[in-house]
Design a protein around this ligand. Sequence first.
Ligand SMILES: CC(=O)N1C(=O)N[C@@H]2[C@H](CCCCC(=O)O)SC[C@@H]21
Length: 122
Amino acid sequence: NDKCSLIGRWQNDLGSEMNITAVNNVGKIFGTYLTKVTSSDKPISESPLRGSQQMGDQEHPTFGFTVTWSFSDSTTVFVGQCFVDDKGKETLQTMWLLRKKADSSQDNWKATLVGTNLFTRV
Ligand SMILES: CC(=O)N1C(=O)N[C@@H]2[C@H](CCCCC(=O)O)SC[C@@H]21
């Protein structure tokens, strides 16, 4: 049974890098995220990520985590699952919601972006 551990360094097609430093015995995820892209005009810096994964099925666990961006007032949540292909290559198939800070509730309608993203090990 090929386990799919989230621990380690991952990258996506945008060039963003994620480093999952720990998953504790109850599935809490700890790490950092260095995005390669941003819609804010501030300089990009490493940001903390926190979340949890299912600990039942260790083979292809589902997970979710939040990145609280350290350089902008926005937040992104990721949800997804870890898969291993027949060659043992691990991938994280995810969807994300980026909530940008709206100046007023009138701007609320345009404040959430959604996307899909694939991570592979660095
Ligand atoms: C995985 C993926 O698609 N993304 C990624 O790696 N970086 C961008 C966004 C970065 C937001 C930075 C903070 C801001 O711009 O306010 S989160 C979704 C997207």
